[in-house]
Design a protein around this ligand. Structure first.
Ligand code: RB5
Length: 160
């Protein structure tokens, strides 16, 4: 599988570990940086990973920051991205089977490397169930995205 991976300074060392792990598993890895632990801004890496997923053929993306939260918030602003922070196997599996998550977010200051590898392995081994109820719910998620994108300001008001 072609997988894009990116991290800010808080996630840099875990990114290196996960990128090597992915290569060991035989995946093609697109590493968008960062390349060291000097402070950078997680939205830049959320954007870069998302672009690989949406425009450049990566099947999935992995984003790592200190907590996993900032990267997840930023990635979910990008239409077409369904990002989720998963630090356990249940969320990793169900996030794909039910919610078709295409970007996995990890918090390097929260999760250790071995658990992170387990989560990544399970997430990659899972696939969207395609069950009618999940297709219906994801269609509603897409409707929300479209509804707010159509508003020029991007902010929904009570009058609308
Ligand atoms: C950077 O210090 C930190 O804020 C970032 O890695 C992330 O945890 C944000 O959610």
């Amino acid at each position: 599988m072609k997988i894009a991976i990116g991290a800010d300074h808080g996630g840099f060392y875990l990114k290196e570990t996960i990128a090597s792990f992915l290569k060991q598993l035989g995946h093609e890895v697109i590493d968008v940086g960062t390349d060291n632990d000097a402070p950078v801004d997680y939205p830049d890496y959320a954007r870069a990973v998302s672009r690989e997923v949406l425009d450049n053929g990566a099947e999935r993306g992995i984003l790592i920051c200190g907590s996993g939260v900032g990267a997840c918030v930023a990635a979910n602003k990008i239409p077409g991205i369904r990002a989720a922070m998963c630090h356990d196997s249940f969320s990793a599996r169900q996030g794909i089977e039910d919610d078709n998550v295409n970007v996995l977010c990890l918090g390097a200051r929260i999760i250790g490397p071995e658990l992170a590898k387990d989560v990544v392995r399970i997430w990659l081994a899972s696939s969207f169930s395609g069950a009618e109820r999940h297709v219906r719910r994801l269609a509603k998620v897409n409707e929300i995205e479209k509804e707010y994108m159509n508003n020029e300001s991007g902010v929904k008001t009570h009058e609308q």
